[in-house]
Write a protein that binds this ligand. Structure first.
Ligand SMILES: [Zn+2]
Length: 81
């Protein structure tokens, strides 16, 4: 949906791009993030985080989330699926 500009469920091109995905904690509101351990075998692994953003179809409500700022550095050391 992000790349095609089109909803894969209903075909609409009316999309909301880069909507914030919020998390509420005791300290307030923040953007939801994913976390990846760069070197998980280490006794003190470095944790890299990436913020999530949502693409939403206005027609049917289908929503996809993308990590928009995780470093390429995180992917190079992450285990393959
Ligand atoms: Zn749709």
């Amino acid at each position: 949906m992000k790349q095609s500009g089109k909803c894969p469920k209903c075909g609409s091109t009316r999309l909301i791009e880069r909507a914030h995905v919020l998390d509420y904690t005791l300290s307030g509101r923040q953007n939801l993030k994913v976390a990846v351990e760069k070197n998980p075998e280490s006794w003190n692994p470095e944790v890299l985080t990436g913020e999530l953003a949502a693409w939403i179809c206005v027609q049917c409500g289908f929503t996809e989330m993308y990590c928009v700022d995780l470093l390429d550095e995180a992917a190079s050391d992450a285990p393959s699926p």
